[in-house]
Design a protein around this ligand. Structure first.
Ligand code: EPZ
Length: 420
């Protein structure tokens, strides 16, 4: 197992190209189960999660190959409908094979995702949607077992206690593409990744309206065909690099980015004083004045993304004054607070709120990553800290950041890996 060693204190300078979106890719790969025809997914990022989803597709009888940013998925005669615990327990997103398998084979057996450090992550909304479409659902020995003689379109309210659900919307939308009649998903998630999935499905021949709004309408069709499709860039990777520039008082340009997907993040960064220029497919940013404290509340899209909360906290820990971050999507998503405080930050947690008293300087220390975005937060803190920071368990980072070390090195960072 590796750890990342970061020599802090260098200003980031230069240009970085953003990779394809992990959270768009994973449900789109699951959607290839809806057809027997070959599919080619372009712009795919080289992530641990990408390879995990490829393993799951292979375990379900698909031939899947990843080369030069392209993933080819082809059918074989060995189609299966069971997604094993060994995969689903390592990556929750694999639960979204449930909808496509049910739609294609009218049955599926998918392991229930296990626990997660960022909080309770039930799948009740996914199951509610499948049941509403006409599936019988049973939980057997940690597996969700679904079957249906037929799937019929209906009206489904998919709102939950913490707002809409991204993967429940994706799962139900995929199942409804091959149900008879019209399905309406109310309180659907509006994330750009849901829109990208809908566009992928429409290119396969699905009939979907209202994607990107809280009311999605799907007219079921008999069959879907194979296609070649380029996925959207990763808005969370882009947001992470924007904070990397600001926390090091640097100046960078991001390319292959859709700034429209970062509305709430750009708005908040401008509010605290960042100088941001939006261009077609690019963002330029630098720091021209002292940043101001602010209050941030995470919400479903288009609100401030929870996947940017930890990274934003590392920045606000160095902004003079008091900032408050309220986590409304995963109220317990604060594993990174203790590690930031080890680096000299002054952060207190009160329920779903983090009260951050800005400090002048963070100090390099040995810290431990607990999850994907927490590891990004610690790397960002390490970039700004005085001295050397050692971030262990960086396998979390590799799940969602494509070649981060190299990209940071190119922007002038002095970092290297060591065996734990
Ligand atoms: C997606 O997870 C993302 N993952 C997460 O990103 C992201 O944090 C999350 O959306 C919220 O934006 C992928 O796209 C692969 P949700 P998902 O269902 O779909 C509750 C990252 O860092 N809920 O939108 O699993 C749930 O507990 C990852 O890249 C129910 O109550 O999240 C949460 O509080 C981490 N019942 C809220 O809804 C359900 O059936 C939103 O979760 C489903 C969810």
């Amino acid at each position: 197992m590796d750890r990342l060693i970061i020599q802090g204190g260098r200003r980031l300078k230069g240009e970085v190209a953003i990779s394809g979106s992990k959270n768009a890719l994973l449900p789109i790969l699951a959607a290839t189960l809806l057809t027997d025809e070959p599919c080619c997914i372009k712009g795919a990022p080289r992530l641990r999660d990408t390879y995990t989803m490829i393993k799951i597709l292979r375990s379900l009888g698909k031939a899947a190959d990843f080369k030069n940013g392209e993933i080819w998925v082809k059918s074989t005669s060995r189609a299966q409908t069971t997604a094993d615990y060994k995969f689903v327990s390592t990556m929750r997103a694999s639960f979204c094979v449930l909808g496509p398998l049910l739609a294609k084979f009218r049955k599926a057996k998918v392991s229930l995702p296990g626990g997660c450090v960022i909080g309770l992550r039930p799948v009740d909304l996914h199951l509610k949607g499948m049941r509403a479409l006409g599936a019988d659902i049973d939980i057997q020995r940690g597996y969700v077992v679904v079957k249906a003689t037929r799937l019929s379109g209906t009206h489904i309210y998919l709102g939950g206690a913490f707002g809409s659900s991204v993967l429940a919307t994706a799962n139900v939308m995929m199942a409804a593409t091959r149900a008879s009649g019209i399905t309406k998903i109310e309180s659907a998630a509006c994330e750009p990744e849901v829109v990208d999935l809908a566009k992928f499905l429409i290119s396969m021949g699905a009939k979907i309206k209202g994607y990107g709004t809280p009311l999605i309408e799907i007219q079921g069709v008999k069959r879907l065909h194979g296609i070649s499709y380029k996925i959207i860039p990763d808005r969370i990777e882009a947001g992470t690099f924007m904070i990397a520039a600001l926390i090091t008082k640097g100046e960078i340009k991001l390319t292959n980015v859709v700034w429209q997907h970062l509305g709430a993040v750009i708005d908040k960064l401008q509010q605290i004083g960042a100088d941001i220029k939006k261009q077609d497919g690019a963002i330029k940013l630098k720091l021209t004045k002292q940043l101001k404290p602010a209050n941030i509340t995470t919400l479903s899209y288009p609100g401030f993304p929870t996947d940017m909360q930890a990274q934003m906290m590392s920045l606000m820990s160095l902004v003079k004054g008091v900032s408050i971050i309220t986590e409304k999507v995963y109220p317990d998503r604060f594993m990174h607070i203790a590690e930031l405080n080890r680096m000299g930050a002054h952060i207190q947690r009160q329920g779903p709120h983090a009260i951050i008293e800005g400090v002048k300087q963070l100090c390099g220390a040995r810290v431990m990553a607990s999850d994907l975005r927490a590891s990004a937060c610690l790397v960002l803190a390490g970039l700004a800290a005085r001295g050397v920071t050692s971030v262990s368990r960086i396998y979390h980072l590799e799940r969602g950041y494509d070649n981060l070390d190299e990209k940071l090195r190119k922007l002038g960072v002095n970092l290297w890996r060591e065996k734990e």
